[in-house]
Design a protein. Structure first.
Length: 365
């Protein structure tokens, strides 16, 4: 039997004889001798990829070399497919045939020996549809760093930006670390002083990650490790001091704690930015006793100030009396000032006798 097959424009016919490709047919009419095991498959060039169940046979025959771009990728290779200057696909390992007569096809082969994929147009490639099947991407934000491990070994740190890695190309582990300053609030820490006084302390710690790799590898939770170390240092420093010594110089206590804490935090890859004691809360009976002591001290200071002022006033009066005694004219002027003040607020009657006050007033006038 004969079968008439038409190959239209933008189509390619493939003649198979006993399942073996023998010829590539251009547009036109063709007869297929089906009784002799012939068949003609018609493929459209308007599609992007050559799709056929016998694609490997078609590629090996070389009959589509002028029609299609043949791509054969090994396990350690990938390909970037560009159509008319626009990115289309990331091609994983395998064989592909791309129709090329109706479009400008560019294939960019990339080695996948290194799992990390670098490209000047990485953002465009990573955002393209279907790229997630071949690429694993990670966005590192400002103030962060990303630890890159390959097959269990540390490779390096990735800075802010978009990074991409080939899937199925080694065991890749990524761990993002925030290097910005962080704060730990230590509240309600109950500690016993050297003189057996139980007090409650609230403190604050500001820190940042100085060595990202050490912080990741040494401790599973660096923040919890720092919190624990600070608790131990507080108990050691405060437990070796009396309450009065600690209250009299809290800055010295804080400085001592900071120095020890900086040394201990280095083994976790952390750097202490600031440490401060916010509150020292004493028990009720101790607080009442200290209030009484403070009140007594303030009362004694007030009495001392009063006595000092009284002494100064007495000394001033004594000096004034000596000056008036030595200068009679000044004494008379002071008397006139007293009379003037009295006359200002009330009615003043002067009774002048023959002697005594009359002579004194006239002599002053």
């Amino acid at each position: 039997m004969l079968k008439l097959v038409k190959v239209n424009q933008h189509q390619v016919g493939l003649r198979f004889v006993n399942e073996r490709l023998t010829e590539a047919l251009r547009p036109g009419w063709y007869l297929a001798k089906t009784l002799l095991g012939e068949r003609i498959d018609v493929l459209s060039e308007k599609e992007l990829f050559v799709r056929h169940s016998d694609l490997d046979e078609i590629i090996r025959s070389g009959l589509l070399a002028e029609y299609a771009e043949i791509i054969d990728l090994k396990d350690n290779e990938r390909a970037l497919l560009w159509i008319e200057g626009r990115f289309q696909h990331v091609l994983p390992p395998g064989r592909y045939a791309v129709w090329k007569r109706l479009r400008d096809v560019h294939v960019e082969r990339v080695s996948a020996e290194d799992p990390q994929f670098r490209h000047r147009l990485l953002v465009r490639i990573a955002q393209a549809s279907g790229s997630e099947a071949a690429l694993r991407t990670i966005q590192v934000e400002q103030g962060q760093t990303c630890l890159y491990f390959r097959d269990g070994e540390f490779v390096g740190e990735l800075g802010p930006g978009l990074h991409a890695f080939w899937k199925d190309s080694g065991i890749v582990k990524l761990h993002c670390v925030d290097k910005r300053e962080k704060v730990i609030d230590m509240s309600g820490q109950e500690i016993i002083t050297l003189d057996k006084v139980t007090l409650r302390l609230n403190a604050i710690i500001s820190y940042r990650i100085a060595d990202s790799r050490k912080a990741f590898e040494v401790s599973e939770a660096p923040e919890q490790a720092l919190y624990r170390e600070c608790q131990l240092i507080l108990r050691s420093s405060i437990g070796s001091r009396n309450l009065d010594d600690m209250l009299s110089d809290k800055d010295a206590l804080a400085n001592e704690i900071v120095e020890v804490l900086k040394t201990r935090s280095e083994k976790f890859g952390l750097a202490i930015v600031h440490f401060g004691i916010k509150d020292l809360i004493l028990p009720g009976d101790i607080r009442e006793l200290m209030n009484r002591v403070v009140a007594a001290q303030k009362e004694a200071e007030a009495n001392q100030i009063v006595r000092r002022e009284e002494t100064a006033a007495t000394r001033s009066q004594c000096n004034t009396a000596k000056m008036l005694e030595q200068n009679p004219v000044l004494m008379r002027l002071r008397e006139l000032e007293v009379l003037e003040r009295i006359a200002k607020d009330s009615k003043l009657n002067l009774v002048l006798g023959e002697k005594g006050l009359t002579e004194r007033v006239m002599s002053l006038l």
